[in-house]
Design a protein around this ligand. Structure first.
Ligand code: FES
Ligand code: FES
Length: 170
């Protein structure tokens, strides 16, 4: 048994006091110790973006952090994005409506990445969206639906309602 430390942190608005192995990654802590399996693990070395979470409002790759480094920080995982159990966030709705996911493996990382991006860039261009998600790998969608979802979400978040699909003006 390795050395253990006590950590206190907030995840999705809930406070946790936990004892963790000092070598436990943050991703494994979230998934195995807290049961928040929405955070996915692909490459486990910082390349694919599937494990992206928000740490004090900024994106972080949870596979590259240790759980002890999250001590006294505030985290948001994909489970914390919806306002409640019955509604999706505008970004999640835009993903659903624009076919922004297929298998869904990359989706938690795409969503957390775009939460930060759209907070800082309320009215992005397509090119800016593509750059923003360039560190998140998707093997299914060809990215088209994801980019459309991000642009749609930007409009929804500005209170403009859903964006008309290309060629189908409302
Ligand atoms: S699992 Fe963390 S970046 Fe791929
Ligand atoms: S939807 Fe399958 S990897 Fe992106």
């Amino acid at each position: 048994m390795g050395e253990k430390r006590k950590i206190t942190l907030t995840v999705n608005g809930r406070r946790y006091d936990e004892e963790v192995e000092v070598r436990l990654t943050l991703a494994d802590f979230l998934r195995h110790q807290l049961g928040l399996t929405g955070t996915h693990l692909g490459c486990e070395h910082g390349v694919c973006g599937a494990c992206t979470i928000l740490l004090d409002g900024r994106t972080a790759r949870s596979c590259l952090m240790l759980a002890v480094q999250a001590h006294e920080h505030e985290l948001v995982t994909v489970e914390g994005l919806a306002p409640n159990d019955h509604e999706l966030s505008p970004l999640q709705e835009a993903f659903r409506d624009n076919h922004g996911l297929q298998c869904g493996f990359c989706t938690p990382g795409m969503l957390t990445t775009l939460v930060e991006f759209l907070r800082d860039n309320a009215d992005p261009t397509e090119q800016e969206v593509r750059i923003a998600i360039s560190g998140n790998l998707c093997r299914c969608t060809g990215y088209q639906g994801i980019v459309a979802a991000a642009l749609d979400a930007a409009q929804r978040l500005q209170g403009k309602g859903p964006r008309a699909p290309a060629g189908h003006p409302h």
